[in-house]
Design a protein around this ligand. Structure first.
Ligand SMILES: [Zn+2]
Length: 271
């Protein structure tokens, strides 16, 4: 599943081919995604793209008439191809530009979304989102206050979009391992110092992943190449029974909130 660094990488990869250009039309071959594609999108033509931004894992294409909002779901990807590029059966949407290129959305499992809004501030999916993890708003004081009286598992707490956006399963596991914190520790028991450590670690882990993603930018121009959910070196995620990189103890897995969690039982205590 694309996580925040992949979405940020996608944004950076496709932006130069969209920003400042005009959309000639939008071709929707399959409107049944996670939610039906906004019918307004199909009717759009000759509108100018001002810029692209990201909120949580949503791509936002700012135009002079409103906002196109895209989400890659579980298996979606975007790439830039020439107008006459052959179509794959999972290529559901083309945003056709006036520069000979188009943005093509491919999604085998169809859990993604492509929506339209005229008012970004009141867009329903954004209303309850917490701060961006890489923003100054996400700091130790904020996390400490937010975690008071929260009797939820720390991992579940960090993956809650109302607390902070864009911390998926992989990065929650990696962060907690690096912090030496057990995923089942109750959020309310976090100390100020632990909040500081978590915030710093999340920012480092995500920045590093985005930096690594930078090397895949050219993939967004390969018609056949699926721009990667880049393979990263992960410390604990997916490494059950392998030795902990810090102490050599076997990594264990457990299910928390229906998601796989990976811990080193020696390095991550519930203290
Ligand atoms: Zn260990």
């Amino acid at each position: 599943m694309p996580e925040l660094p992949e979405v940020e990488t996608a944004l950076r990869g496709v932006s130069p081919y969209l920003k400042g250009f005009m959309i000639e039309k939008i071709v929707v071959r399959q409107p049944q995604l996670r939610w039906a594609v906004s019918p307004e999108l199909v009717a759009l033509e000759k509108i100018n793209i001002l810029k692209l931004t990201r909120r949580a894992k949503y791509l936002i294409i700012h135009t002079d008439q409103g906002y196109i909002i895209g989400h890659l779901g579980m298996s979606g990807s975007v790439r830039i191809v020439p107008h006459d590029s052959p179509i794959d059966k999972h290529d559901h949407i083309d945003i056709v530009m006036n520069n000979g290129k188009l943005l093509r959305y491919n999604d085998p499992r169809r859990f993604g979304a492509w929506l339209w809004t005229k008012n970004l501030e009141e867009f329903h999916l954004f209303l309850k989102l917490g701060p961006e993890p890489l923003s100054d708003e996400f700091n130790a004081e904020y996390l400490f206050k937010k975690s008071r009286k929260k009797l939820t598992a720390l991992k579940t707490f960090l993956m809650d979009n109302a607390v902070v956006v864009g911390i998926g399963n992989i990065y929650a596991n990696e962060t907690l391992f690096l912090c030496g914190l057990h995923p089942l520790k109750l959020a309310t028991n976090l100390t100020r110092k632990q909040c500081e450590l978590i915030v710093t670690t999340i920012k480092n882990v995500l920045s590093k992943a985005i930096e690594q993603g930078g090397t895949t930018l050219k993939d967004f121009l390969q018609p056949d190449g699926r721009p990667g959910y880049f393979a990263q070196e992960l410390l604990v995620y997916g490494n059950k029974n392998k030795p902990c990189p810090k102490c050599g103890t076997k990594i264990e897995s457990l299910i928390i909130g229906q998601r796989n969690s990976y811990i080193c039982p020696h390095c991550q205590k519930k203290r």
